[in-house]
Design a protein around this ligand. Sequence first.
Ligand code: AMP
Length: 278
Amino acid sequence: MAIFKDIASLRQWRQSLRGPLALVPTMGNLHDGHLALVKLAATRAEQVLVSIYVNPLQFGPREDFASYPRTLDRDLQRLHEAGCQTVFTPDDGLMYPRGRQDISIVTPPRSLSKVLCGASRPGHFAGVCTVLSKLLHMVAPELLILGEKDYQQLRIVQQMVADLNLNVQVLPGPLQREADGLAYSSRNTFLNLAERQVAPLLAETLFDLARRSTSDAKVSDLAAMGWERLEQAGFLPEYLELRNAQTLQSLALPQPGARWFAAARLGQTRLIDNVVIS
Ligand code: AMP
């Protein structure tokens, strides 16, 4: 397995490649959702590079940067078993050699980045766009694979790539779920046993709302119903909204292709999920 920790050796390897390269950026603590992206990448590109980096720039001061699960040895083992041979593991010194205070930042459009998760996480998507644009410049892949689990992130990065004329194709990978419906997430490891049993209700609620989102349904009534259901189960909902999948603008009436988005706390853990209406 080749594990790159510096830019020079990464670029040397990059220049030796013949076919297209796909980058799968991650923050580690890899689960089956990540591995599905790696498999998807392998069907579309000759070479797959997985990056593992917990990016401090995208965490707010009161968020879980310090406690975010870091499991590098296990991650490398899982990637090896999945047939992925090349990994990029930069550290803070490589990513932010001058620190993070007074550096160039990529600011995404307000319409996409101030809603949903952006409303409660100021600076989060600028942190994501900045680290991803750095990774794209370091790796220069033909393909960038992103999961629909973080759908807002996907839309924002697609827009960044278009706005800045970045020379990469963004390929979305479908959201992967546990057998009981809970979306795979590195943060699921924070859930205790009781919370883990309740957690699938978030997805269940979204699927139920998606089924009920017929053309004559009133979105505000559906949202209120879902909100109450989540609260009764012990969640502290942050948002539960139907939005246009391209613009992320909120909708008063369902339209084909729109998505229900939710963020909710369960104990100390913040879960997010989204479901498309058919
Ligand atoms: P993260 O390590 O959480 O930053 O995620 C790295 C990539 O994996 C992002 O593109 C995520 O959208 C994607 N991802 C995370 N969880 C899932 C999932 N359950 N299904 C599909 N993709 C996922």
